[in-house]
Write a protein of this length. Structure first.
Length: 73
């Protein structure tokens, strides 16, 4: 059976699987949904970290800056 989204299998230690099961029961969601939500949150956090690092590299003292009007001439 073909699905709309690709499937990915992940293996966890029993303790982590137990925690995921407890969270899923508490939030009345499936374990798969909890893993998906946590994965998306982690990806967002990594993206934020990467963009912060890029911004720090670009943010240098004494560098010439341009106003909005100058940049869009």
């Amino acid at each position: 059976m073909q699905t709309k989204h690709p499937r990915i299998n992940v293996t966890f230690e029993e303790t982590i699987a137990g925690v995921l099961t407890q969270v899923a029961k508490h939030e009345e969601k499936s374990v798969a949904r909890i893993v998906r939500e946590l994965t998306l949150e982690a990806l967002d956090m990594r993206e934020d970290l990467y963009l912060s690092q890029v911004a720090e590299q670009l943010d240098q003292e004494g560098i010439k800056t341009y106003s909005h009007d100058e940049a869009w001439k």
